[in-house]
Design a protein around this ligand. Structure first.
Ligand code: ACM
Ligand code: ZN
Length: 543
């Protein structure tokens, strides 16, 4: 009897472990074909992950796969180059390159997506073949999520053929590190979470009225002094302050470390220097760059300040070029964000220097002064091979030639820009502002900036609505934004992010007509289990 019971329990355990490996991950791959016979491949402790020994990037991918599986499932694999018959093989498939050079001119290439990969599991093991190393990495993430927290001596993976590729080339997530400063280790964790969800862009908001957080070596005072506010308001601009100085900035070495960490996860880091408004951090250090000459303090409260950089002072452009020159030295990103949101123009209206500049340039509206600054900066950054992103306010005075618009005040700015054949990133407040609260009972959770944005609403976002096929090509992709006036700690930031990032990841990755919120909700618990294992904080109630 004892034997029967123990045999039964072994059988049950096997069934349970099979059942819990699932390719129903988030974001859901494009095509998942399970073998009808239901066989499974057993991946065991000590199994080998192999790759072409001449490919250092695949070697890095293999090491990361080992790390991910160890953290998630506890399986300890070994990464070794050029092993025949290894359990997991990573490789680059040539089919896409070949098919691009099709013999027949009319033959359509099979896929042009450099992130396309196939993941197969059969009797020979697990194979991840990508159109590029980046694609292989996306496949690795799918495997990591499929295995999830399944561990023990071995894990049984059902035979499968997965073919996958993302819908959008730009899949962003933003973090405001200016209202509150987050340590480098947390940024790395944030990048891990982003990578787990297939994101490939980290928009890093680095400067604000409440603190300048990027070291500029040619102006050391800027970050040293500009990063520190004397105190912080308690709650929502209550008029009561905590009396405690608050600061912190990233050295260029920190930034390089983050760029490298992100690159290994195939995430590009887009720094944002928000200009010409949101500049009190800098104006505090260089008051001569403001229209009134100051003095200015690093803001201890929230909101939009009327104090902005003076557009008529030639020193302003000198200053910005110095800053952006160093930004370009540190961040290899093709895209650099120059902000441009919420920059009131009343100071410019009253400032003799700004008015003289408008006259000199023949401008009739102050909005065009902002375009003048942007055009100067664009010319400067194009020499360095960079394109500039701006918030949708930058449309108001006319866009500079290669500008990319980040549409936040709804989608209308993005639509307008796409129709002008400018590239667009969609991040409308109503769907993408994850600083909004996520439960109806807003008092049952930490304070947020306001607005109700549940997971289901994020999931329902359709970034190319209202655009025809031709216009839709200008939509690079969607992004969620985490502003941090009311988010001061890593755990809180993760709570705001998860699982709304899961929702946006399906918007970013899957064709719109394949999305299904109920099916998504059914897939979510396995992800949450993985978050528990990895120590991520998240909102437990889904609405
Ligand atoms: C923004 O939310 N001010 C871009
Ligand atoms: Zn001025």
């Amino acid at each position: 009897m004892k034997r029967i019971v123990s045999l039964l329990s072994v059988a049950l355990m096997t069934v349970a472990s099979c059942a819990q490996v699932s390719y129903d991950v988030i974001p859901l791959p494009k095509s998942v074909q399970l073998s009808p016979a239901g066989e499974a491949y057993s991946l065991s402790q000590g199994s080998v992950v192999t790759y072409d020994g001449n490919n250092a990037v695949l070697a890095s991918n293999a090491r990361l796969l080992v790390d991910f599986l160890k953290a998630g499932s506890g399986l300890e694999l070994k990464a070794q180059p050029d092993v025949k018959g290894a359990a997991i093989t990573l490789g680059i498939k040539n089919e896409i390159v070949k098919s691009k050079k099709a013999k027949n001119k009319n033959e359509k290439p099979k896929s042009e997506n450099k992130e396309a990969y196939t993941l197969t599991v059969d009797r020979n093991g697990i194979q991840i073949l990508g159109a590029s190393e980046e694609a292989v990495f996306r496949g690795i993430m799918t495997l990591h999520k499929a295995i999830g927290t399944e561990g023990g001596e071995s894990v049984a993976l059902p035979y499968v053929t997965i073919q996958d590729e993302p819908r959008f080339v730009y899949r962003g997530v933003m973090l405001d590190c200016a209202r509150h400063f987050f340590p480098v280790d947390f940024i790395k964790q944030y990048l891990d979470i982003a990578a787990l969800h297939g994101c490939n862009q980290f928009h890093w908001h680095l400067t604000e009225d409440q603190g300048w957080r990027f070291e500029v070596k040619s102006m050391p005072e800027l970050a040293k002094k500009g990063s520190v506010r004397k105190q912080t308001v308690i709650g929502r601009n209550s008029g009561v302050y905590d009396g405690t100085p608050y600061g912190g900035y990233y050295t260029q070495q920190d930034c390089r470390e983050i760029v490298e960490y992100a690159a290994k996860r195939f995430i590009n880091v887009i720094p944002e220097i928000d200009l010409p408004g949101h500049m009190l951090g800098a104006l505090h250090v260089f008051p001569e760059l403001g229209c009134t000459g100051g003095p200015y303090e690093v803001w201890p409260h929230w909101g939009v300040s009327r104090e902005v950089l003076c557009a008529g002072n030639p020193k302003t452009l000198e200053f910005l070029k110095k800053v952006l020159g160093e930004v370009a030295d540190v961040f290899p990103s093709k895209f650099i964000h120059i902000g441009g949101d919420e920059s009131p123009r009343d100071r410019w209206k009253q400032c003799p220097k700004c008015q003289a500049k408008m006259k000199e340039l023949g401008l009739t509206h102050e909005a065009e002064l902002q375009t003048y600054i942007n055009k100067e900066l664009e010319a400067y950054m194009q020499q360095r091979g960079r394109d500039l992103i701006g918030w949708d306010e930058t449309l108001e005075g006319g866009l500079s030639e290669n500008a990319i618009v980040m549409s936040w005040r709804g989608t209308k700015g993005g639509i307008q820009a796409a129709r002008q054949h400018h590239r667009v990133i969609m991040t409308p407040t109503d769907f993408c502002y994850i600083d909004y609260y996520q439960l109806k009972d807003q008092w049952g959770q930490p304070m947020s900036i306001g607005g109700y944005l549940p997971v289901s609403k994020v999931y329902s976002f359709e970034p190319t609505n209202e655009l025809n096929e031709e216009e839709a090509k200008y939509i690079l992709g969607p992004q969620v934004n985490l502003w941090c006036e009311y988010v001061g700690y890593p755990q809180h930031a993760m709570y705001m992010l998860l699982p709304r990032l899961d929702a946006i990841s399906e918007v970013q990755w899957m064709p719109g007509d394949k999305k299904d919120f109920e099916a998504f909700k059914a897939r979510l618990p396995r992800m949450l289990k993985l978050y528990d294992k990895l120590g991520y904080t998240y909102c437990r109630k889904i609405e």
